[in-house]
Design a protein around this ligand. Structure first.
Ligand SMILES: NC(=O)c1ccc[n+]([C@@H]2O[C@H](COP(=O)([O-])OP(=O)(O)OC[C@H]3O[C@@H](n4cnc5c(N)ncnc54)[C@H](OP(=O)(O)O)[C@@H]3O)[C@@H](O)[C@H]2O)c1
Length: 303
């Protein structure tokens, strides 16, 4: 049973956690900060980020063992915000040890990203794709760096429908979420393939947190949340849902190209290596998705 108590000292390590103001991202950032890391809280809302930072400082105590915290504004629904965030980070930091692509949206009403993609596809996939690519030179220049991308057990029901990425066929929130989370997992695996093909050293690992009580259900009805709780036998608290991300981020047992998830059917428990379903291992789809994302974002990597 692996817990946050096993996180090795993270002193002098630079970390970015996206969506760190609440839920799993908050707990992920807090645990790394408490272990001594310099953590960038990459959030779309400055005020929420400031509140989270203050809460983390209080939780962790004002001293021994904790690293440092900073805030950067990042809206994954807008590729120009992603670009500005990454450029600023690179100007201000000499290394990046860990990028945790955690931020995500669940099932909001239909919408479009700033560049016109289906909103959740923009936030959950294209934004993190572009962010990782823009930060890639700094990651590759930092020995032992890792990229952790947070997927969901929902990926197993996903299909990448290349003809519907701008809601051409209408919007179905659950279908889009499954598609995005499949795209995240395929991205993580394909990044690993490409890194190795280049002989680079960045390690790409996926995590999925299981079923947790967070704001991801903010657009769901009470009945929908109750039905989910029934299905999973309740929700975990987000500190526990953060463990797969943390394990992928720091454990020497976590290896590139794999997925880490809670041990009870991927829904609850403590992190273990998950068995990746066939749908996420389709290299033809993964390569098509990568090419599509490069064209959509204008970010081409690894190079
Ligand atoms: N909770 C679960 O049971 C569960 C299950 C499977 C997978 N996951 C995955 O776990 C990750 C974390 O989710 P969570 O459960 O912690 O959800 P959450 O409590 O809703 O937190 C999501 C975070 O993402 C941020 N975010 C949303 N849209 C953004 C944007 N456009 N730009 C930048 N940040 C944005 C949110 O910021 P705001 O607060 O400003 O909106 C928030 O910080 C997600 O990738 C999710 O898909 C969660």
């Amino acid at each position: 049973m692996w817990t946050a108590a096993e996180i090795p000292g993270q002193e002098s390590r630079n970390v970015i956690v996206t969506g760190a103001n609440t839920g799993i991202g908050y707990e992920t950032a807090l645990a790394l900060y408490a272990a001594g890391a310099n953590v960038m809280l990459a959030c779309r809302d400055q005020r929420k980020a400031e509140q989270a930072l203050a809460k983390m400082q209080q939780s962790s105590g004002s001293g021994s063992g904790s690293g440092s915290l900073e805030i950067g504004v990042l809206d994954l629904a807008d590729l120009s915000s992603v670009r500005l965030f990454a450029e600023t980070y690179i100007q201000q930091h000499e290394q990046l040890d860990l990028l945790i692509n955690n931020a995500g949206v669940g099932t909001p009403p239909a919408g479009k990203s700033r560049q016109g993609w289906e909103y959740t596809f923009g936030v959950n996939f294209l934004g993190p794709f572009a962010l990782t690519g823009r930060l890639y030179p700094l990651l590759e220049a930092t020995p032992g760096s890792r990229v952790v991308t947070v997927s969901s057990f929902a990926y197993a029901r996903g299909v990448i429908d290349f003809d519907n990425l701008k809601s051409e066929k209408g919007y179905d929130a659950v279908r889009e979420y499954s598609q995005n989370k499949l795209a995240d997992l395929m991205f993580s695996i394909e990044l690993d393939r490409r890194v190795r093909a280049q002989g680079h050293q960045v390690v790409s690992i996926a995590a999925q947190p299981g079923a947790n009580s967070t704001e991801i259900t903010r657009h769901s009805t009470e009945e929908q949340v109750a039905a989910m709780k029934d299905r999973f036998g309740g929700f975990m608290d987000p500190w526990q849902g953060a463990l797969p991300s943390l394990y992928a981020a720091v454990s020497s047992e976590a290896t590139a190209g794999n997925l880490y998830e809670p041990h009870e059917n991927g829904f609850k428990g403590y992190p273990v290596k998950g068995e990746i379903q066939e749908v996420a291992l389709d290299e033809t789809v993964a390569k098509k998705l990568w090419t599509m994302a490069e064209e959509a974002t204008g970010v081409v990597y690894p190079a």
